[in-house]
Design a protein around this ligand. Structure first.
Ligand code: GLY
Ligand code: MN
Ligand code: MN
Length: 376
C-alpha cells in the first residue's frame, strides 16, 4: 500500500513547486485538479469509475466528481471538494467518504461539498508546467510503488502461465481471455490494466487487436498481451505461443530475431542511458534480422523496416499502462523509472506476429526485469 505519509510527501513537493512558481512570476498561484466523471454505458448505467491518475497520485482519493485544491498561501493548503454523503446514493451505490472522510482518511486540511466549487476561480495559467512537474514525479517510482508493480507483474505472470496451459487448436481466443481475467480477479487485481489482446493467426499482426473472438487454428501463433491493474498499478506483458505447441521454422526464425532485439534492448537500460539508445538498438537488430531472413533488402532503411516493425521499443509504465514522464526522444533513465521493452515483427501475409514484452525497472547499477520469471 502507499502510505498516507507518502501521499502527503507528494503534495508537499507540489506545494513547494507552486510556491517557487509564484515567487518567480510574482503571483500567488493555486492549483485545482478534478477526479473525473463516470462515463455513461447506456441510459442510466455507468462504466465503473476510474479516477484521473494525477488526481489519484496526489490524493489517494478514488471517488468521482471531486476536486483537490492546492494553495500554498492558504491556511488550508490542501482542500478537497467531494460529494456529500447522501442516503439515496448509499442505498444504490454504497459507501462514500463525504466531507468527514476526506479530512479524516485522506488528510485534507479542509473539505467542502462539491456543489460549492467554482471552476471560474481557477483560470488556466500554468497547466503545462504543473503537469510536467507531476509527471516527472510520477516517472520515478518509490519503494512502495515498486512493490505494488512487482505484485501486479506477479499476478500477470501467473495469468499468462495458466492461460498458456489451455491453448490448443479449436478453442476460441475469448476462452484464453476469460482465463486471464479469472486469474487477475482471483489474485485480487482490480482487473485489466488495458483491454487484453488474445490474437491468433493473422490477428497477431494487428497491434491493438481486442475483439478476441476467433477460433485458434492448428498452425497459428497466439499473441497474448495481457497485464493486470493491482492497487492502481499496471503490468504489461506479451508472450507468443504456437497453437500446436511447436513453432514452424519460419515462425521460430522471426521469434529469435525479436528475442535478440528484446534482450539487447534490455541491456541498454541503465542510469545515464536513454530511451533513444534502446530504440536504436531494437531497430538495428530487427533491421539486420529482417535482412538475413530475406524480408527486406537494406538492414538500415527505416522505411523497409517499418513495413514489419511499426512501433517503438516501449513506454513508461505505472498508474497508467502508457504512463507519463519518459519523453522518448530526450529522457535519460533514472533509478526508479519503469519501462516496457516490447519489440515486435509482424508479417501479415504469413500470419506471423511476434512481440515479446517485459517490464523493466531502472536500478542504480542497471535494471531489474519485473517480469523475468515468465518464460520466453
Ligand atoms: N498493451 C499495450 C501495449 O503493450 O502498449
Ligand atoms: Mn506495452
Ligand atoms: Mn502490452
Amino acid at each position: 500500500m502507499i502510505s498516507k505519509a507518502e501521499f502527503k510527501e507528494r503534495r508537499s513537493k507540489l506545494l513547494s513547486f507552486l510556491e517557487e512558481l509564484s515567487k518567480r512570476d510574482d503571483k500567488s498561484y493555486k492549483f485545482a485538479i478534478k477526479s473525473g466523471e463516470a462515463k455513461n454505458f447506456s441510459n442510466d448505467v455507468f462504466y465503473p469509475f476510474r479516477v484521473d491518475s494525477d488526481f489519484y497520485y496526489l490524493t489517494g482519493f478514488k471517488e468521482a466528481n471531486a476536486v483537490a485544491v492546492f494553495d500554498p498561501n492558504s491556511e488550508h493548503p490542501f482542500t478537497l471538494y467531494v460529494e456529500a454523503v447522501d442516503p439515496h446514493h448509499t442505498i444504490w451505490e454504497g459507501h462514500r467518504e463525504g466531507l468527514e472522510g476526506a479530512v479524516k482518511n485522506f488528510g485534507a486540511d479542509k473539505a467542502f461539498d462539491i456543489d460549492g466549487f467554482k471552476e471560474e476561480n481557477y483560470p488556466n495559467h500554468k497547466e503545462q508546467e504543473l503537469t510536467k512537474f507531476i509527471h516527472t514525479l510520477r516517472s520515478v517510482k518509490s519503494e512502495a510503488e515498486i512493490a505494488l508493480m512487482q505484485k501486479s507483474a506477479d499476478i500477470a505472470i501467473q495469468a499468462h502461465r495458466v492461460a498458456k496451459e489451455i491453448i490448443t487448436p479449436g478453442i476460441y481466443e475469448y476462452e484464453v481471455e476469460a482465463k486471464l481475467n479469472e486469474v487477475f480477479r482471483a489474485q485480487g487485481a482490480e482487473g485489466w490494466a488495458y483491454p487484453g489482446i488474445v490474437a491468433s493467426g493473422e490477428n497477431s499482426c494487428v497491434l491493438h487487436y481486442i475483439t478476441n473472438n476467433e477460433k485458434i487454428e492448428k498452425d497459428d501463433l497466439i499473441l497474448i498481451d495481457a497485464g493486470a491493474q493491482y492497487q492502481m498499478y499496471a503490468s504489461d506483458i506479451t508472450r507468443v505461443h504456437a497453437a500446436s505447441g511447436e513453432f514452424t521454422q519460419e515462425q521460430k526464425d522471426v521469434y529469435d530475431v525479436v528475442l535478440e532485439a528484446q534482450l539487447k534492448a534490455i541491456d541498454t537500460i541503465k542510469p545515464g542511458s536513454g530511451f533513444q539508445e534502446t530504440n536504436d538498438t531494437v531497430t538495428a537488430v530487427i533491421g539486420e534480422g529482417l535482412k538475413n531472413l530475406g524480408y527486406i533488402k537494406d538492414a538500415l532503411d527505416p522505411n523497409q523496416i517499418k513495413k514489419y516493425y511499426m512501433h517503438s521499443a516501449g513506454h513508461s509504465l505505472g498508474i497508467d499502462v502508457h504512463d507519463v514522464g519518459i519523453e522518448r526522444k530526450v529522457s535519460k533513465y533514472v533509478p526508479g523509472m519503469v519501462t516496457t521493452i516490447e519489440p515486435g515483427i509482424y508479417i501479415k501475409e504469413k500470419k506471423i506476429g511476434v512481440r515479446i514484452e517485459d517490464d523493466i525497472l531502472v536500478t542504480a547499477d542497471g535494471n531489474r526485469n519485473l517480469t523475468e520469471a515468465l518464460a520466453k
